[in-house]
Write a protein that binds this ligand. Sequence first.
Ligand SMILES: CC(C)(COP(=O)(O)OP(=O)(O)OC[C@H]1O[C@@H](n2cnc3c(N)ncnc32)[C@H](O)[C@@H]1OP(=O)(O)O)[C@@H](O)C(=O)NCCC(=O)NCCS
Length: 124
Amino acid sequence: MDINNIKSSGSFDMGHVSYLIIDDRYLSSASISSIYADKITWDFNRLIVHPKMRGKGYASLLIGKVVEFCKHHKLLLRCGISPYGGLDFQQLKNFYIRHGFQETEYEDFVVLNFSDTAVFDITN
Ligand SMILES: CC(C)(COP(=O)(O)OP(=O)(O)OC[C@H]1O[C@@H](n2cnc3c(N)ncnc32)[C@H](O)[C@@H]1OP(=O)(O)O)[C@@H](O)C(=O)NCCC(=O)NCCS
């Protein structure tokens, strides 16, 4: 898989970005959305790799693009860990942490923080 074959839709100004890999008709994607009008705090909506395409490094490629975007725009990205296939909770948590996310006071939430101003708060 060539990293240049990852497509994207949306933009910072739109407050929503998706990264997509289409391989042999099977879609895998990662999408994030801004939560507040300031567009500094974002939420990781979904990371999903098609079951037929798992274990090939696609999730790593997709998260690499998400991390790059968040770093470029100096965002805080909050991410709930809710596994439903492929990797279990601890494997997913380790995966996010290897990609720069930090643990929070909430066991099943991690954050990627490049912002000086945003505050992590899952109650909003
Ligand atoms: C979780 C999911 C996205 C992983 O997709 P994938 O393309 O198979 O994952 P990758 O091949 O890119 O591997 C991801 C990481 O897990 C690691 N990994 C893969 N298999 C592993 C295993 N059996 N044990 C431990 N780590 C493993 C890889 O080394 C990689 O780590 P790295 O990026 O630090 O190198 C996929 O299984 C899925 O779509 N699951 C259902 C949806 C889901 O649960 N999404 C997460 C919601 S929070």
